[in-house]
Design a protein around this ligand. Sequence first.
Ligand SMILES: CC(C)(COP(=O)(O)OP(=O)(O)OC[C@H]1O[C@@H](n2cnc3c(N)ncnc32)[C@H](O)[C@@H]1OP(=O)(O)O)[C@@H](O)C(=O)NCCC(=O)NCCS
Length: 160
Amino acid sequence: MTLSVRPIEPRDLEAVSKVLRDSWGGITVVALGRGELIDAAAQPGFVAEIGDEVAGVITYAERDSSVEIITIDAVVPGKGVGKAPLDAVRAVAVERGVARLSLITTNDNTHALRFYQRYGFDLVALHRNGVDRARALKPDIPAEADGIPIKHELELVFTL
Ligand SMILES: CC(C)(COP(=O)(O)OP(=O)(O)OC[C@H]1O[C@@H](n2cnc3c(N)ncnc32)[C@H](O)[C@@H]1OP(=O)(O)O)[C@@H](O)C(=O)NCCC(=O)NCCS
């Protein structure tokens, strides 16, 4: 079946919220490194669909000189449903004329680190114990994943 990508519309709220809840335990995420809670479901973004099914979701926020990825989730792994919506956000950033895409992931997320670096993102900073600070805002961030304590924030940038 064909993979297609389109902007999130109001009618997608339920499906997008489900993806966010399944992945992040809720629609509110900590904007890592910023010390603020963000309603990810209220952000602009794109859905990747395989047939009529939502297979991937990306949300982003427009900053002064960058576009920041807030969440990215492939419901179906290994089918390009992470990359395709990321391409769409990249096109938004090019259209806006900003210098970069930015995002933050966590030290445990080796698959995401692999994905981002293969895409062309570069690591620009390590925020030691950044997740400990984020937990003060969102206490349900798990203590570990994949047997790795979740502690640090890793900042990556894709230069446009
Ligand atoms: C990070 C994440 C979005 C990456 O998704 P992904 O499925 O690995 O990445 P893609 O959707 O681009 O798929 C890439 C893989 O699909 C394969 N693929 C199959 N068909 C494809 C197609 N039509 N187009 C592109 N890639 C395709 C690629 O070869 C690649 O496989 P490889 O990694 O073995 O080389 C996903 O792991 C995820 O949702 N993780 C959980 C949430 C999360 O941690 N998000 C990041 C928080 S910072």
